[in-house]
Design a protein around this ligand. Structure first.
Ligand code: UT7
Length: 329
């Protein structure tokens, strides 16, 4: 019997038009462009309008993918959304997107794996294609980080931005698509990157509303150390597991958290900079959105058969890498 693989057959992205530059931030907190660029590589990020949410970006993505493929939302079997900042705690943003686009034959759910959200959602979608219970799965990764960031905290507000991207997964009988993945979690790292209030352990109360507990808390130095080691380790591991040399890899698609983490991962994989997708300067860290946003922006440069490694590290801790043989072109 022919093996069915899950291949990416369309990509789309969505970012809000409003820009928040380093210059803007330097008027809000004690920081400056030189510090932000040299420590992170970020120049600006996008911030969504107050009356909009993640599902609005999701709608743009689903409609964009349908247009590219000549299909309608009724042709979609599932929509899976990797995010930590959906429209509501519940219902899931997947449900809301299905309703807004009229994907009446689809079901889906959200996946919470912080910055690794897109990778975890993608491997989840892969299972439904491979076991042939779904033929068209849209996997979206995106976050509205401006909804959970304290814009008086210079340790976090300079890093994060809003944005989302998504892909269509379809069955492939020629061996293209997702080849392998390595996914990891370590809950012992949860205190280092966390939103303390708003969950069942610490619901929003009169006492904690408007306190730092409502917002993202990050111990940057500690997260940085774990991110550099684990993202490089897992990327090297997936290459070794699949007998890939650096010459065999066409592109690294790294989570865009910090240019220094991206550089360290590429160095460990033996890749030159021209094989690494980097757009952190324009969008900052959009959490689950970074990897599909890169795929969207680099879509024209990708060739059928290209070996691509996606890699991420994020809160939880969560991290992982996925090896894909590109199917479009
Ligand atoms: O996406 C999911 C996972 N997240 C990550 O991977 C992020 C990992 N962490 C990082 O990217 C970095 O740790 C940061 C970008 C968050 C911070 O960079 P850093 O090089 O680790 O800086 P630091 O926190 O060690 O701070 C260095 C100095 C400190 O001053 P002193 O103590 O040396 O005088 C900070 O107070 O820089 C100061 N500082 C700032 N200065 C200007 C911290 N934040 C700022 C700021 N502007 N925004």
């Amino acid at each position: 019997m022919t093996k069915i693989t899950a291949s990416i057959t369309a990509v789309h992205g969505a970012v809000p038009p409003n820009k928040l530059t380093n210059e803007d931030l330097s008027k809000m907190v004690d920081t400056n462009d030189e510090w932000i660029v040299s420590r992170t590589g970020i120049k600006e990020r996008r911030i969504i309008d107050k009356d909009k949410a993640l599902s609005d970006l999701g709608v743009e993505i689903v409609e964009g993918i349908c247009k590219k493929k000549g299909i309608t939302p009724l042709d979609i079997d599932m929509i899976i959304v990797g995010t930590i900042s959906g429209d509501h705690r519940f219902p899931s943003t997947s449900n809301i997107i299905c309703d807004k686009v009229g994907a009446k034959n689809a079901w889906g759910f959200d996946v919470n794996a912080a910055c690794s959200g897109f990778l975890f959602a993608l491997t989840t979608g892969q299972q439904f294609i491979e076991n042939q219970s779904a033929k068209r799965v849209i996997v979206i990764g995106g976050d509205i980080m401006s909804s959970v960031i304290d814009y008086t905290d210079r340790a976090t507000c300079i890093i994060f931005g809003d944005g989302a991207g998504g892909v269509l997964l379809e069955p492939d009988e020629e061996g293209f698509g997702i080849q392998d993945s390595i996914m990891k979690v370590d809950g012992a790292g949860r205190e280092f990157l966390i939103q303390h209030a708003g969950g069942s352990l610490s619901p929003i109360t009169k006492e904690n509303v408007e306190t730092p507990a409502m917002y993202v808390h990050q111990e940057g130095k500690t997260v940085f150390k774990f991110a550099v080691t684990n993202m490089a380790d897992v990327s090297e591991a997936i290459m070794k597991k699949n007998n890939l040399s650096s010459d065999d890899v066409a592109w690294l698609v790294p989570h865009q958290a910090n240019l220094r983490i991206i550089d360290a991962t590429a160095r460990r994989m033996g890749l030159s900079k021209d094989k690494v997708m980097i757009n952190i300067e324009k969008y900052g860290n959009t959490t689950s959105g970074t990897i599909p946003l890169c795929l969207w922006e680099w879509e024209d440069k990708l060739k059928k058969g290209d070996n691509i490694i996606l890699a991420a590290f994020g809160g939880g801790f969560t991290w992982g890498a996925i090896y894909i043989k590109w199917a479009i072109g």
